[in-house]
Design a protein. Structure first.
Length: 201
């Protein structure tokens, strides 16, 4: 092979590598963009450091409220939600409760806070949401709330670990169940997206 032919071959190889790099770079950028910015059921989402940001209008407000949740709605569609969850915005008081002897950690606390920042938000539903235990514990500073306390005006949401991630009704309580504690966050977000009308019931 002549020197000029070798140089041409090298140039063609380099150009091929550059074109392939450009091609895969475009694909990567497109996928990254679609993950960071997407429309879901007519709502525009933006992925940020702490989760997913979306703007919504509540109670015929003229300006939208921006909320941030940890879960991508596309990833939690498989979590079933009981119709009892749809009634949460109509309650006057909501209690979240856990069994203090279940050895749950701060991850469950995050799941509770996901609900709290929407339910107890003065710009959204303005419904008091308080934490409680299902049984007396420690010095008794935290009140005890069970399914017996649920009625037309009061909701009791029990967070616990089970063998399936779901949101269902049991004895008047709304049970938020997860296989792992991280699933409780996902299930809590599923409730929020549902009552806000972002996810289908």
């Amino acid at each position: 092979m002549k020197k000029s032919e070798r140089q041409l071959a090298i140039i063609l190889i380099i150009m091929g590598i550059l074109l392939l790099s450009l091609f895969f770079g475009i694909i990567y950028y497109k996928k990254a963009y679609e993950k960071a910015f997407f429309t879901y059921n007519g709502f525009n989402f933006k992925m940020i450091k702490n989760g997913y940001q979306v703007s919504i209008y509540i109670n015929e407000q003229k300006t939208p409220n921006t909320i941030i949740l940890r879960s991508d709605p596309r990833d939690i569609e498989d979590i079933p939600v009981d119709p009892l969850a749809y009634l949460l915005p109509k309650k006057e008081q909501i209690f979240t409760t856990i069994n203090p002897y279940d050895n749950l950690t701060g991850v469950t606390t995050i799941a509770v806070l996901e609900l709290d920042k929407i339910i107890d938000n003065p710009f959204l539903y303005r419904i008091p949401l308080n934490a409680s235990f299902t049984l007396p514990y420690g010095n008794g500073e935290i009140e005890v709330k069970t399914c017996d306390d649920a009625d037309e005006k009061t909701a009791v949401i029990w967070f616990r670990l089970e063998d399936e991630t779901r949101v269902y009704e049991d004895d008047g309580c709304l049970i938020v169940a997860g296989v792992e504690e991280g699933d409780l966050i996902r299930a809590a977000d599923r409730i929020i997206y549902t009552i806000l009308g972002i996810m289908k019931r």
